[in-house]
Design a protein around this ligand. Structure first.
Ligand code: FES
Ligand SMILES: [Fe+2]
Length: 434
């Protein structure tokens, strides 16, 4: 549990809240490349409580600026997208992505007003179909976030998103809690007796697991980028000899990398939009070539977050609190579905939102299966407090991290071995889910 004060430090990101101030020092995913058409409509983007618009100029340059016109506050979402910047509909002022007012047409020609006016404009970095934003002090941005997928072509990547009406920490704690997958996701993640210690895990279907152990033992290791943790389960075969390990990475401040099918990678982002809302991103990639349509469709169906069907253009999910996340109780009664819900990610989202926008963690009761969640909270609360008190950089910012090399892994290993050997640097390297 957390005291209410510590809970606020963990969760709140708006204004001068310590966590939000610290998060400004990282690159945060703002929108997708495909959201922005050159010379087309701006896209509303919310980050750390700020209302912004992203747009792509006719020449292809991406800008990210305050949504509200610095003249008298009209929304720049409605603006014209011109060569020189966004032209406000109200009085024709033009603002550019450098944070400069370029034109103030109603002012007398000698006016210096435009030189004095300031507004928020943030640096962006575009790669892997994602537009990342840096909202910290100018000139102090860390190296660009070069994850494994950001070096791949668009046709190797699947991206889905959904707004969650829940705080970012509440949402990311799901990735740091392997035990829930045996319960909440029991519709989609099944024990599979065909997988044994000689099978490279994930080759058949990454959702299958060689275990039905619903009480994993968790171990945590702090790393330069954040931490990694292992969920260690009894396998279905040879439990006397082996243990089944799934290792997941928490990459500060709000990214998770978890095991994927062989030849694939995946990560989730939990970008704080405001104190009580989060953009859930799920990025899936294939290492060695384009994803065919059938496979793409299968992944989209598994998530239950198909753009245009389950989630609209503003990433609003059709399943929400007002319709009880479309839970089908008849299917539960029949025993066809444990949750009565469609899509693994919708199961997560429903649970996160069901806790209310900011759950009061002074009321909870943590157990052994919550070890990685506890580690996350401690790490991020300490980091935010230290940052505010001393300016110390948060996890991953003190020393260079090669994000492109970060991989999650799963594997079956002898009891005597440390779980870290599945991470790719030990003798059983071939068994890591590369
Ligand atoms: S409010 Fe935008 S130009 Fe006046
Ligand atoms: Fe989950």
């Amino acid at each position: 549990m957390l005291t209410r004060d510590k809970n606020d430090i963990l969760c709140r990101v708006e204004g001068s809240a310590p966590m939000g101030r610290m998060m400004r020092n990282y690159w945060l995913a703002a929108c997708t490349s495909s959201d922005l058409v050159a010379g087309g409509s701006p896209k509303r983007v919310k980050l750390l409580g700020e209302d912004l618009v992203a747009y792509r100029s006719p020449d292809g340059t991406v800008g990210l600026i305050d949504e509200y016109c610095p003249h008298r506050g009209a929304s720049m979402f409605l603006a014209h997208n011109e060569d020189c910047g966004l032209r406000c509909l109200y009085h024709g002022w033009v603002m550019n992505g450098e944070g400069k007012v370029v034109e103030t047409p109603p002012e007398p020609p000698e006016s210096k007003l435009k030189e004095r006016v300031k507004f928020a404009a943030y640096k962006v970095y575009e790669a892997g179909g994602v537009v990342f934003a840096y909202m910290g002090e100018k000139g102090k941005e860390p190296p660009p976030p070069e994850f494994e997928f950001t070096g791949l072509a668009d046709d190797q990547i699947i991206i889905v998103r959904s707004q969650e009406k829940a705080n970012w920490a509440q949402c990311i704690e799901g990735v740091l809690d392997s035990a829930h997958s045996n319960y909440l996701h029991s519709n989609g993640i099944k024990p599979n007796t065909d997988i044994d210690e000689n099978t490279v895990l994930g080759i058949k279907a990454h959702l299958d697991r060689p275990s039905n152990d619903g009480a994993p033992k968790l171990e945590v290791e702090t790393m330069a980028y954040g931490y990694r943790y292992a969920a260690i389960r009894k396998p279905l075969h040879n439990a006397d000899k082996n243990k089944y390990v799934r290792a997941t990475l928490f990459v500060a401040p709000c990214y998770g990398i978890f095991p994927a099918a062989k030849g694939w990678g995946n990560m989730q982002f939990f970008i704080p939009l405001a104190d009580g809302s989060t953009m859930f991103w799920y990025v899936i990639w294939k290492r060695d070539g384009a994803i065919d349509q059938e496979t793409r469709d299968r992944y989209l169906d598994n998530t239950g977050l198909r753009p245009g069907k389950d989630v609209d253009d503003n990433q609003i999910n059709i399943r929400n609190r007002t319709n009880n996340w479309m839970q089908n109780r008849d299917a539960m009664k029949r025993g066809d579905s444990f949750t009565g819900m469609t899509g693994i990610n919708n199961e997560d989202i429903a649970i996160h939102e069901s806790m209310g926008p900011i759950y009061d963690r002074s009321k909870e009761h943590l157990g052994a299966s919550d070890l990685a969640v506890i580690h996350f909270r401690r790490m991020m609360i300490d980091a935010a407090e230290r940052y505010v008190q001393t300016g110390a950089p948060g996890p991953g910012l003190a020393e260079p991290v090669d994000y492109s090399q970060l991989r999650a892994a799963e594997g079956m290993i002898p009891h005597a071995e440390a779980w870290q050997i599945i991470m790719g640097d030990g003798p059983l390297e071939k068994r890591a889910a590369e």
